[in-house]
Design a protein around this ligand. Structure first.
Ligand code: AMP
Length: 367
């Protein structure tokens, strides 16, 4: 059997699992490097169980893979740089370095003229921001962890205490009174061709993504075009290859960039059933140098994360248009262990089904 490519992936979580699954019909094999035991990706790909800087494992990736990519940005840039001297690595180590560091990210966005929340290095804060301040760890924070919120009357002393509590270099951001959170996901191939998905609306609780509505309600062509410009500018500026997600705050139709992720993203899981080409297949196509597919939605969709507790699979699947994805992870509070995608022929049908799925997931959490 001729394989199209062997894609090495640093990270073997659910994103790696869904990437590996998407590779199967294309004849793309994935080889995963993941230090943690019980990697979700093991269901769909061979896993090298070793630290990200394990020399023997990196040599094996270099020997066996056509190209290397990531499913998590918190991997050592040095490992990617070592690999990049031997085979194509997408995203590049430089792009991953930007995605790892909120400060580097904000500087890059500022240079590009992309609007963000007001920000400062904590040391440079004369006083907090008028609407309050969020201190975020520069590196390593995710799902709302590694963040502290301070009210508008917080003093510099409060900032110092919060910074010490974070225990790592931080960046300070002004709190934005946004109407809603959106994201736009796109892919760029090595020749610079791009494909953009419809803008989606994301609903969070405790800093964790709970639901994605796709396309975003009340999505106008102007809003879509504005988001597309931003994400394409960012990808072009970075020379990015692969999928990239840009999280946005919608302030009365004005878009502020919150965070970028140079990888497949939780707010793109709906694309498996809801879009013409899933973000996972799209990423593999991009990094393997294959033509990109269209990102068009097939119709209205929504995604609900399964967090902490597994719902009854039969109850989920009894809902027409609902699709269950279980990650094979040990359930733990605040941990993403699966998701459900709901599609409908129109928004009303999608919303009706979504409400039933929410109920099933809620019942599992508080029986
Ligand atoms: P992040 O890890 O930066 O994506 O932040 C997690 C969540 O915290 C976001 O999805 C928002 O709901 C909220 N958040 C982050 N930054 C801000 C901000 N500057 N103003 C208001 N809310 C924010």
């Amino acid at each position: 059997v001729t394989e199209t490519a062997t894609v090495g992936i640093l990270g073997g979580g659910q994103l790696g699992r869904m990437l590996a699954l998407a590779g199967v019909p294309l004849g793309i094999r994935c080889l995963i490097l993941e230090p943690a035991p019980g990697a979700p990706a093991a269901a769909a790909a061979q896993v090298l169980a070793a630290p990200y800087d394990d020399q023997a494992a990196l040599e094996e990736l270099a020997r066996r893979c056509t190209v290397v990519t990531i499913e998590v940005e918190h991997v050592p840039v040095e490992s990617l740089a070592w690999l990049a001297e031997r085979l194509p690595v997408h995203p590049s180590p430089e792009v991953v370095a930007v995605g790892q560091d909120r400060l580097a990210e904000k500087r890059r966005l500022a240079r590009l003229g992309v609007d963000t929340a007001p920000w400062a290095e904590p040391e440079q804060l004369e006083r907090g921001f008028p609407a309050g301040t969020i201190l975020k760890r520069r590196t390593g924070g995710f799902d709302g962890r590694g963040q502290v919120r301070l009210g508008p009357s917080a003093s510099l002393a409060d900032v110092a205490v919060a910074r010490d509590a974070l225990g790592a270099p931080a960046v300070a951001e002004g709190i934005v009174e946004f109407g809603r959170e959106l994201s736009v996901i796109a892919a760029r191939d090595p020749s610079g061709d791009v494909a953009v998905y419809p803008v989606v609306e994301n609903r969070h609780a405790d800093g964790i993504l709970r639901e994605t509505i796709a396309p975003a309600p009340r999505l106008t062509p102007e809003l879509q075009a504005a988001a597309e410009r931003l994400v394409v500018d960012v990808m072009d500026d970075l020379g990015h290859v692969g999928v990239l997600a840009l999280e946005l705050f919608d302030v009365d139709g004005r878009l502020l960039a919150n965070e970028l992720a140079p990888r497949v993203h939780n707010s793109g899981h709906w694309t498996i059933e809801g879009a013409t080409t899933s973000q996972f297949e799209q990423h593999l196509r991009a990094v393997a140098g294959l033509p990109l597919g269209t990102g068009a939605a097939r119709g209205p969709a929504a995604m609900v994360n399964v967090i902490g507790v597994e719902p009854d699979p039969a109850a989920v699947l009894a809902v027409p248009g609902a699709f269950l994805h279980r990650y094979g992870k040990e359930p733990r509070p605040q941990r993403k262990i699966g998701h459900v995608t709901v599609i409908g022929s129109d928004e009303a049908e999608r919303d009706e089904r979504l409400e039933v799925v929410r109920g099933v997931i809620r019942r599992a959490s508080s029986p």
